[in-house]
Design a protein around this ligand. Structure first.
Ligand SMILES: NC(=O)c1ccc[n+]([C@@H]2O[C@H](COP(=O)([O-])OP(=O)(O)OC[C@H]3O[C@@H](n4cnc5c(N)ncnc54)[C@H](OP(=O)(O)O)[C@@H]3O)[C@@H](O)[C@H]2O)c1
Length: 360
């Protein structure tokens, strides 16, 4: 039998937290032992605490329905003693999240986080398991700084970039130089549904706070290298981004323009995408898509509604690769923002950390 891990979900009543619980209820390695949220929810049965906020397509999983919600901030030591590691997705101030995640790590409980608070902490790996899995080997340096034996924080990157960075990173051998991207982002990325955000019906909002900065800066950490005790971000490619909120429930689309140092042919790009396999595929991790990058030849594909659930929402859909008048090429790409872009990406990262021995 495969090794089993007891896990906690911090922020379990939130939208990403709910995704975690639905992904984890039948997971072959992970068993949910703790659900935790704010003091407002603590002490209640999970089903009562989440109440009408439950917004997944499936019912609340049986294994957590009657679990008593713990206090994510007040019960840190207790929770750390009950689980092998926690997933974290909370809506708090950045400084508070940073402190909370380090508190869990210092209580020798590794944290796999969806939050942005630690994404630029130099010894915290920010990992897309297919692309920069090697960054997890910064963890010994982080443990040294925190004074821990097993505790650490690892994060996933922002959901917006998980459509275009997977398509571009494997093309690094051609020297990805300049990238212009416009993202068309679903309302679930703001933790919302059409019921809770009726203003989004028949509407586009051309601003998502902080999103363009994240979309431009976070890719550079993914392209970065471990140097001594830190991950040194790369200085290129140059990214410029505009991020729009569109009336879509789930799925972030990106429209990308790219210039290379050494312009490849269209066939070479398609060949790289078709054959690309990352560490997640090599290790055959339970949540890894078999085919990470999927190119659609039809002019009107990929479409958000049709393709976001490809391989359980963990695969990337790409289409419309063609030459551009100003850049070398342009194309579109799509990923599911709360699966690949949030909870699913974090579960895959946790699987990678387990497979590489960091959760032992
Ligand atoms: N939605 C997405 O697609 C997405 C994608 C990537 C990353 N993220 C990030 O993931 C995090 C959560 O997002 P979300 O959309 O799931 O938010 P959300 O639906 O608003 O849920 C927030 C969660 O945080 C808990 N919380 C709030 N204040 C707290 C406190 N003082 N102490 C402990 N827990 C507290 C809430 O508990 P109560 O129910 O008890 O209030 C709830 O469980 C955010 O940092 C967000 O930026 C979201």
């Amino acid at each position: 039998m495969e090794k089993q891990y007891n896990v906690g979900v911090i922020g379990a009543t939130g939208m990403v937290g709910q995704r975690f619980l639905t992904l984890l209820c039948n997971h072959p390695w992970f068993n949910v032992k703790v659900v935790a949220a704010s003091p407002r929810s603590a002490g209640k049965k999970y089903a009562d605490a989440v109440g009408t906020k439950w917004c997944m397509d499936t019912d609340i999983p049986e294994n957590v329905k009657d679990m008593i919600v713990m206090d994510a901030t007040g019960d840190v030591e207790k929770i750390a003693g009950m689980v092998d590691f926690v997933f974290c997705a909370v809506d708090m101030k950045k400084d508070e999240i940073k402190a909370l995640e380090e508190q869990y790590a210092k209580a020798e409980c590794p944290v796999v986080s969806n939050n942005s608070a630690h994404r630029h902490t130099p010894d915290v790996p920010m990992v897309v398991p297919e692309l920069n899995a090697d960054h997890i080997h910064i963890i010994p340096a982080q443990r040294k700084r925190l004074g821990t034996k097993r505790g650490f924080v690892a994060v996933k990157s922002n959901c917006s970039l998980q459509s275009y960075v997977p398509a571009l990173f494997p093309l690094s051998k051609f020297g990805v130089k300049d990238v212009l991207v416009c993202t068309y982002q679903a309302i679930s990325g703001a933790g919302k549904t059409f019921e809770t955000w009726p203003e989004m019906v028949d509407n586009v909002i051309p601003f998502i706070g902080g999103e363009e900065e994240k979309s431009e800066q976070e890719p550079l950490k993914i392209w970065g290298k471990i140097e001594g005790d830190v991950i040194q971000p790369a200085s290129s490619p140059n990214f410029t981004a505009q991020c729009l909120r569109v009336p879509v429930s789930n799925g972030h689309m990106g429209a990308v323009f790219v210039r290379f140092e050494n312009k490849p042919s269209k066939e070479e790009i398609l060949e790289v995408w078709k054959n690309f396999k990352g560490k997640a595929q090599e290790l055959d991790l339970p949540s890894a898509p078999k085919q990470f990058l999927n190119y659609f030849v039809e002019d009107n594909m990929p479409q958000t509604k049709l393709n976001r659930m490809l391989e359980g929402g963990m695969a990337i859909s790409i289409g419309r690769l063609r030459e551009d008048t100003q850049y070398d090429y342009k194309f579109v790409c799509l990923s599911h923002n709360t699966l690949r872009g949030a909870a699913g990406g974090a579960v895959l990262l946790a699987e990678l950390l387990c497979a590489e021995g960091y959760m032992d």
